[in-house]
Design a protein around this ligand. Structure first.
Ligand code: F6R
Length: 592
């Protein structure tokens, strides 16, 4: 993971880089730092903590000069310490680098560098890059030639930015399997992990391809092939993406704001171009094998989508966890369609499986939020979520948007696209209703859950994915251990854990799953469970009823997930945790 940004131009670079880092904080937030070049000197400031705190302590934004690079970290190699925070400098404090990715052969490289007399200050893989550049520059190479030469030795994934005191007013950028985009503004040039940090300055962006690099100066950028060093001609694209997510809009957390935005997210998600939806639906119908590949919450959306497609279009699709799909992707062929679902479009496990399947001739479709992301660019067809930037680490509105798009595709596969669109638009009202009815209730229940160690979430059929999602939301932000499972599976082991007062949440709308899920809930109650029923209808068995509006059977997952998001959110707040930035996690998981 990690986010990187660089700016070179006419303005003081420190404030621009620090503001940019705040917009990249979703990529990692355990430490951060900035390096700038001014009057032949390198200035590096970095520490452990969130960007705002570090900035207050050591004025990252006060680094001198108009050329700077910055980094926000999610630790992979090396503990969370000040020394391991980026940027990393060479032995002479002339070159500094920031890096997103993993250098797999860093131990071997480090041994060689140490044997040649280099002193290391950190335990990171990244520091080897600074020292490799130092050797090349000492041989007389320019910074870009040095990066081209160093890249030959690097195995793994990387987006790297480098500055040198010998070449002020220049940043060199290269990428391989980690995202990097160049922003071209009137009075300066940017390089960044995504477009968010520079959208207020420019909408002109050049997305670097695999193995491509750029030399940035205040006047613009020149592009090159990292393997050969040859110049590349690349045209900027106009970014249509809006950045209005910086403000919490009066809410205490982004997560709550994003939960509240869900009715709108559902409406914008179904406002798709009809021909794109038809092409997507046809691809699914024509393919012999359809495999949905996704991680975490996005995979749960795929599970709901699978039921909807089976029910409406009578087509069976497989759903795989992307990190496991990689082991099966070798089996893909021209009859295989991989539908990758990802909010960020940068999840390494998703991309890995997609690349492997593509190399075997499979077609790749995606349902993705970030326009221009790596997944977007790898896809033959794509549908965008159009739900705007999601800043809270826990996915909420992107999940609703994924469900809306999947429902729409399922209807289109059944030749009922416009009927589906109308029904989903109506559903957006029910989502608003589910929020309204449950905010207070979720707050009260959160008080009850505050002191609990464990919670279990049960459901069947199309709602099963919502049990998984409810539990995931709860554990990732409140740190209460929560397990979601198909209700029928409980008696095969987990029932042993139910004792007096154990919270059990059943997702139990009055659909085809109602009776059997209720029976499973009663089995837990007979063993002392505190039973919370999420349903459009109350039942005397429930110790607490979480009321959801009545909707068409197929749509209950969307109506039921909303109160569970609120329950997780309020539980986190009640326990004094920051729901926007849960420990150990990051928004975009760009490592395998
Ligand atoms: C959980 C959550 C994660 C993501 C997962 C996939 O709240 O947000 O489980 O869903 O990391 O991320 P994307 O959708 O960006 O591929």
């Amino acid at each position: 993971m990690c986010g990187i940004i660089g700016y070179v131009g006419k303005r003081p670079a420190g404030p621009i880089v620090v503001e940019g880092l705040k917009k990249l904080e979703y990529r990692g937030y355990d430490s951060a730092g900035v390096a700038s070049v001014k009057d032949g000197k390198l200035f590096v400031r970095k520490d452990v903590g969130k960007i705002a705190e570090i900035n207050q302590k050591m004025r990252l934004d006060g680094v001198p000069g108009e050329t700077a690079i910055g980094h926000t970290r999610w630790a992979t190699t090396g503990a969370v310490t000040k020394e391991n925070a980026h940027p990393h400098a060479d032995c002479n404090n002339e070159i500094a680098v920031v890096h997103n990715g993993i250098i797999e052969n860093y131990q071997e490289l480090r041994k060689g560098l140490e044997a040649r007399g280099h002193g290391f200050r950190s335990q990171t893989d990244t520091e080897v890059i600074a020292h490799l550049l130092e050797e090349e520059v000492a041989r007389g190479a320019s910074l870009e030639k040095a990066l081209v030469a160093a890249a030959v030795s690097l195995h793994g994934s990387y987006a790297i930015l480098a500055v040198s005191t010998r070449e002020p007013g220049k940043i060199v950028a290269v990428r391989f399997e980690s995202p990097l985009v160049i922003g071209l503004a009137e009075d300066g040039t940017f390089a960044s992990s995504d477009t968010l940090p520079f959208l207020e300055y420019t909408r002109k962006a050049v997305f670097l391809g695999e193995g491509e690099g750029a030399v940035l100066t205040g006047k613009g950028a020149e592009f090159f092939d990292v393997k050969t060093g040859r110049k590349l001609a690349k045209q900027p694209a106009e970014v249509k993406w809006m950045w209005d997510g910086a403000a919490k809009g009066g809410y205490p957390h982004f997560m709550l704001k994003e939960i509240m935005e869900q009715p709108e997210a559902v409406r914008t998600a179904v406002a798709q171009d009809d021909s794109a939806v038809q092409a997507f639906a046809k691809g699914l119908l024509d393919a012999k094998k359809v495999i949905f590949s996704a991680c975490g919450t996005s995979r749960y959306a795929a599970l709901v989508g699978r039921y909807a497609i089976e029910k409406l279009a009578d087509k069976y699709c497989d759903v795989m966890i992307s990190s496991e799909y990689s082991y099966f992707a070798g089996n893909a062929d021209k009859d295989t369609l991989v539908v990758a679902i990802s909010q960020s479009g940068e999840t390494a496990d998703v991309l890995d499986g997609v690349r492997k399947a593509k190399s075997k001739g499979a077609r790749i479709f995606s349902i993705v939020n970030v326009v221009g992301s790596t997944l977007d660019r790898l896809s033959d067809e794509r549908l965008y979520l159009n739900c705007g930037p999601e800043i809270g680490v826990a996915a909420t509105k992107s999940f609703s948007a994924q469900l809306a798009v999947l429902y729409l595709v399922a209807f289109a596969m059944a030749g009922r696209a416009s009927e589906g669109k109308k029904a989903i638009l109506k559903l957006s009202g029910a989502v608003g209703e589910a929020i309204k009815r449950n905010d207070r209730k979720a707050r009260e229940l959160a008080k009850f859950l505050k002191g609990r160690e464990n919670a279990y979430y049960l459901a069947r059929g199309i709602n099963f994915a919502i049990a998984l999602e409810g539990a995931l939301k709860m554990k990732e932000i409140s740190y209460i251990h929560a397990e979601g499972m198909p209700a029928g599976e409980l008696k095969h082991g987990t029932l042993a854990l139910i004792e007096k007062g154990t919270p059990v949440v059943i997702i139990n709308p009055t659909d085809y799953t109602h009776g059997e899920t209720l029976s499973n809930g009663l089995e837990t109650k007979a063993r002392g469970a505190f039973l919370i029923g999420v349903s459009d209808e109350n039942n005397e068995a429930y110790d607490e009823w979480v009321e959801v509006p009545k909707v068409e059977e197929l749509f209950y997952p969307l109506a039921c997930v909303v109160p569970l998001q609120l329950l997780a959110y309020h539980s986190a707040v009640e326990r004094g945790k920051d729901p926007d930035k849960p420990r150990n996690l990051a928004k975009s998981v760009t490592v395998k």
